[in-house]
Design a protein around this ligand. Structure first.
Ligand code: BGC
Length: 757
């Protein structure tokens, strides 16, 4: 298995450059650096040059044309914190640039086993000097504040002076695009350099945010294999000149160390930056590479996913999983942004994407990360309570639709704050973690309080009407249909949330760990009985004639959008049609009822799920990247194997092939988790239920085999699906009962079963 993603003959057009800035970005869950050329581009070529810290934000004004009560007037935005990428190389007096002289050979690689990116260029200068330039970059998983550039130059046909000029800049800005609602509309100076200092060769830049009163310190130092280093303060930063000489056939190496520290995690970020830099400088670069490789060896050991018979797809899937470990925050101050740490799309906000699309992957492969993600929601529960009050609810908590530090950031409430299903999503993800781990202690400490507070919200948001519990004026996952009554997805997830609040109340009670939580939250048996009543009487729309679950009370009464005759250049529809025009039609941006049928499959009959799938397929544009993967999973369940494979392909290659045309703004992390689910939940038929762990695999026709590993209640299981049959192997932990095509089996050592029976 080669875990290398590679492109050759680098293109110089702005679109390719910006796309590759994203695709080859380096991140480790704490920092993310876009892959801009160290030496820059030609003047006039647009670039999104950025370095970001997970969870680090500034406040920005949210302009509301009409000041209606409760509309938010301030949002958080992820900040481009500093630029430590710059390195100019001079061969004699000729400055290296991909835009001058001749690029004889060039490539970029991402090595997913070793955890670095590399740019290789065989360059001939205008005066004929030929050099091989190899630039590796690494953001360390083991030392999260570290970004390393390992720059080497080999002189092929010349000798003489060689100079590097390396920069450290504090005067940076965020990217904006007034014409794309998925980006910040205007630029603003969020980061204000406060102090630049020198300590020998080390430069420090400390900057503050404009409104959120946060600090970030970057420390930069260099080491060169031969030459003299001189660092001077310059502008709002520093410039370091390294004078050297190179012989013919010789290779010179420059190591640039950048440390990023912020005041959310560190009491004195300047001091921590100095200490962390010192620790890094105490070890050699080989150690940094080794640590990185060891970390990833462990990661791939947990997250193993192999496909025999389609190298391209296997590489795409592994690329996606690599991006997930690059993107996921590993402390309670951070989460996973919709674009990870790769770009500024959606301003670094965290959405339901985490719980519904990405967390399921970590729950099965790395439950510690799931606990941290839930801990982030727990740490922001107080903000969710305030949000609920702002929206008029006297009780419970309502999580924000999009956020960084816990407060709502969506300016357009019909497809933002109105997506109350986020509460159900978070509740679902907590339950999934519990089912996968059996970790009731965590529920007692954190998960339970989230579930109870979210359940309380539903009791206040909904009401009884003709004996049934209704939830009115909400928006489901499909953002082309807003502010509706009884969105099926929302109601079924609220039902799940309420009924699990009841179950946890009982389970915690039985385990004798309920008391503290009940006192803290004021939860009583009477209130829990009300949860139970609402869950049992939840209204779930069903249309007798069509045999489907309508997306909401009004969906079927609307005019159907003629997707077949809509010109290709009118997609995504959200960029070409007024929201109201979209809302009046039967047209879906993404999976909504179909998603509900995947995660709550036992709520409906097979026939209803099938008819609904076929119905919604006709009216769904998949304009959201969160859609195809879900259609793939449900197509797998229904036995539409070719369709499942096609939807999966659309999902798996979305970023590498830039099929949505906006990967320049960042990767689509939810889709990446979704592509994983399309294999494991879709082709593998995995489900985690109260009654146990289920598999119902099929093998896509073009593949010879695939295999993946999952954690289940303290054990690790390897699942192999081959033409010759299924093999389940217990890798570690105690024996487990599993369900294979509905049949109860005991997994002791290995278990074999025929395919598809
Ligand atoms: C989707 C949302 C998603 C958001 C961030 C939107 O286009 O409709 O469901 O949460 O993107 O990924």
């Amino acid at each position: 298995m080669s875990m290398i993603y590679k492109i050759e003959n680098l293109k110089k057009d702005p679109a390719a450059l910006m796309l590759n800035e994203t695709l080859f970005h380096n991140a480790n869950g704490y920092i993310g650096i876009r892959s801009n050329y160290e030496e820059g581009y030609e003047p006039g070529i647009n670039s999104i040059r950025g370095s970001y810290i997970n969870g680090f934000y500034d406040f920005a004004e949210m302009k509301q044309a009409e000041k209606l009560y409760g509309l938010i007037e301030e949002k958080q935005t992820m900040v481009n914190v500093a630029d430590t990428q710059g390195i100019q190389l001079y061969l004699g007096d000729e400055k290296f640039s991909m835009f001058h002289g001749e690029v004889l050979e060039s490539r970029r690689i991402l090595n997913m086993e070793a955890g670095y990116t590399e740019r290789y260029i065989h360059w001939r200068s205008p005066e004929g000097r030929e050099a091989e330039i190899t630039i590796r970059r690494l953001t360390s998983f083991v030392r999260p504040s570290l970004f390393l550039i390992d720059y080497s130059v080999k002189a092929l046909n010349f000798e003489g002076p060689l100079t590097f000029v390396s920069t450290h800049r504090g005067d940076v800005e965020n990217y904006s695009d007034p014409n794309d609602p998925r980006l910040a509309a205007e630029t603003f100076q969020h980061i204000i350099p406060e102090k630049a200092e020198l300590d020998g060769t080390v430069s420090y830049v400390t900057s503050g945010t404009s409104k959120s009163a946060l600090l970030v310190c970057t420390a930069v130092d260099h080491a060169v294999s031969k030459g003299k280093i001189l660092t001077v303060l310059e502008g709002h930063g520093a410039s370091c000149r390294i004078d050297s000489a190179i012989g013919k056939g010789e290779t010179l190496t420059l190591h640039k160390y950048s440390i990023f520290c912020d005041s959310i995690r560190n009491a004195d970020c300047r001091q921590t930056a100095a200490a962390e830099l010192k620790n890094v400088r105490a070890v050699d670069v080989e150690t940094l590479y080794r640590e990185q490789r060891d970390y990833l060896a462990d990661y791939w050991e947990q997250a193993l996913l192999e496909i025999d018979g389609d190298d391209e797809l296997e590489c795409a899937v592994q690329y996606n999983l690599y991006q997930l470990i690059q993107s996921v925050g590993k402390d309670k101050h951070s989460n996973i942004a919709a674009k990870g740490l790769s770009g500024e799309g959606y301003e670094g906000h965290f959405f339901w994407d985490t719980e519904m699309y990405i967390q399921p992957f970590f729950t099965l492969t790395n439950p510690d990360i799931t606990r941290t993600l839930i801990s982030y929601r727990y740490a922001t529960l107080h903000e969710a309570r305030k949000n609920a009050r702002l929206l008029g609810h006297g009780q419970g908590a309502l999580y924000p639709w999009r956020t960084i530090m816990g407060r709502e950031c969506s300016g357009y409430f019909p497809s933002g704050s109105a997506q109350y299903h986020i509460n159900g999503d978070i509740a679902w993800s907590v339950v999934l973690y519990y089912l996968a781990s059996g970790d009731l202690d965590f529920i007692a400490q954190k998960g339970g309080e989230i579930i109870f507070e979210c359940a309380r919200l539903w009791m206040d948001a909904g009401n009884y009407y003709q004996g049934k519990f209704h939830i009115n004026d909400v928006t489901g996952p499909d953002e082309y249909t807003c502010l509706v009554n009884n969105n099926y997805y929302t109601n079924v997830s609220a039902q799940f949330n309420l009924s699990w609040a009841v179950k946890f109340y009982e389970l915690l009670g039985k385990a004798g760990v309920l008391k503290t939580l009940a006192i803290k939250t004021g939860l009583s048996a009477d209130e829990v009985a009300e949860f139970s009543r609402a869950a049992q009487n939840m209204y779930l729309p069903y249309d007798e004639k069509l045999g489907i679950n309508p997306q909401d009370d009004s969906f079927l009464a609307k005019k159907r959008w003629d997707l077949e005759h809509t010109p290709r250049d009118k997609f995504p529809l959200l960029l070409h049609y007024h929201p109201l025009y979209l809302y009046r039609h039967q047209v879906c941006k993404q999976a909504d009822t179909v998603l509900a049928h995947f995660i709550f499959e036992d709520a409906q009959s097979y026939e209803t799920i099938k008819k609904s799938f076929l119905y919604y397929e006709q009216v769904t544009t998949h304009d959201s990247s969160l859609s195809s993967c879900i259609f793939s999973i449900v197509a797998s369940k229904l036995g539409f194997h070719d369709k499942a494979y096609q939807y999966f392909g659309d999902s798996a290659k979305l970023d590498l092939f830039n099929t949505h045309g906006n990967t320049k703004d960042g990767i689509h992390t939810a889709n990446m988790g979704g592509a994983y689910m399309a294999i494991v939940y879709g082709f593998g038929g995995l489900r985690l239920k109260e009654t146990g762990l289920y598999f119902a695999p099929h093998l896509p026709k073009p593949w010879k085999a695939y295999r993946f590993k999952v954690h289940y209640q303290g054990s690790q299981i390897l699942v192999e699906v081959k033409n010759s049959g299924l093999v389940f192997t217990l890798i570690s932990g105690s024996e487990k009962t599993i369900h294979v095509y509905g049949k109860v089996c005991q997994l002791r050592d290995t278990l074999e079963a025929p395919l598809g029976c």
